[in-house]
Design a binder for this molecule. Structure first.
Ligand SMILES: C=C(O[C@@H]1C=C(C(=O)O)C=C[C@H]1O)C(=O)O
Length: 352
């Protein structure tokens, strides 16, 4: 076992907060081990440490740098791991979810909003759960994702491997992405995107660009391209901006979170629809997390934040997997269910 993860296990046994994470395409693991069990919150986004924020914006937990022991280590990526996991069927909650999606489609066709991202939870039984083993599997299985295991005795444990950046910031320069549209990887087949997925992703790009325009002095946008995330593909556009000097990270996060990639368009009505109709609390799923004002490996004052997708909440004998999909006027409820089932595999693969 990697020393840093053995250390994390001891810290966990003492019921003290910690996070271990590994950034996309880097063979390093960073750990922040908080020295007390205080529940700290972000006040103004000028703090440094690791932030873990809920979807509804009500909880923004901070593991502060100045209250934590920081450990960084290298790990070796083993080339020979295969990506050929069986696709599991899971019919649980199918009907309820399809009804929810239909309700979303109806609201869109009635003109209430243009897009809404709806989600559900799958509960998987786990025995003899060892987060360190699971985290090592994440490292080996999802090199291009942001992998993490986060624990606070007053909140619980979350583990994930997200493909989606929320924001990178370095002074006034920021980078973000518009990510949406989903299909399964199929070997030896050209990737073709349908109208629904193209439109759904354009909504996200347009929202980000329109909203950043007012606060940015420079803005550049890439062409949309296909991104591979484990066994699924998404459409992605890279967006880079230089903020006007009077702006700050808090302002940008208020604008961006939650993006239409996890909420909808327009934001307030779709958010309201989610909170009213999903019938459960998303908690930290589709919130955001990551390095706040500190790049721990290089010691620079930068932030590197991700959207909390492809994640699970670890309970006593259960893992709660959270998965969602973008709904537009052209959605088909059954297909959307299949999309969430495919996304659930990101976590199931490393559990089974
Ligand atoms: C909502 C999720 O993913 C988001 C929704 C996507 C879609 O609707 O195609 C694609 C990527 C993510 O932005 C999730 O993984 O739970």
């Amino acid at each position: 076992m990697i020393d840093l993860l053995s250390f994390a296990k001891k810290h966990f046994e003492k019921k003290l907060p910690f996070v271990v994470f590994s950034k996309p395409n880097l063979d390093k693991i960073v750990g922040l081990f908080q020295k007390n069990d205080e529940l700290y919150s972000v006040e103004n986004f000028e703090e440094s440490g690791f932030v873990f924020a809920s979807f509804d914006g009500n909880r923004q937990v901070l593991i502060p740098e100045n209250q934590s022991e920081i450990k960084i280590t290298d790990f070796v990526f083993e080339e020979n791991n295969s990506n050929n996991f069986p696709v599991l069927e899971n019919e649980k909650g199918k009907e309820a979810f399809e009804n929810l999606v239909q309700k979303g489609i109806d609201a869109i066709r009635n003109g209430s909003f243009q897009k809404v991202v709806l989600s559900r939870k799958e509960i998987v039984a786990i025995e003899d759960f060892d987060f360190a083993v699971i985290f090592e599997r994440l490292l080996q299985t999802y090199p291009t994702a942001f992998k993490y295991c986060w624990f606070h005795p007053k909140v619980g444990m979350w583990i994930g491997a997200t493909p989606e950046q929320l924001l990178k910031s370095d002074g006034l320069k920021i980078n973000t992405v518009a990510l949406a549209g989903t299909q399964k990887v199929e070997e030896n087949k050209d990737v073709i995107w349908g109208e629904k997925e193209i439109e759904e992703q354009e909504f996200v790009t347009d929202f980000i660009v329109d909203n950043l325009k007012d606060i940015a002095s420079e803005l550049s946008i890439s062409k949309p391209y296909t991104l591979k995330a484990g066994a699924i593909l998404h459409i992605k556009t890279d967006i880079e901006a230089v903020l006007k000097p009077e702006n700050n990270l808090k302002k940008v996060l208020e604008i961006l979170h939650p993006t239409p990639a996890v909420c909808g368009l327009p934001k307030p009505v779709s958010r309201e629809f989610i909170l009213r109709n999903e019938g459960y609390d998303r908690e930290f799923y589709s919130g955001f997390l990551g390095e706040l004002n500190k790049a721990f490996v290089t010691s620079e004052t930068k932030s590197d934040l991700f959207v909390n997708l492809r994640c699970m909440q670890v309970k006593e004998n259960e893992a709660h997997l959270y998965i969602g999909c973008g709904v537009t006027k052209d959605s088909v409820p059954e297909k959307e269910f299949v999309e969430t089932a495919n996304k659930a595999l990101t976590m199931k693969r490393i559990l089974l």
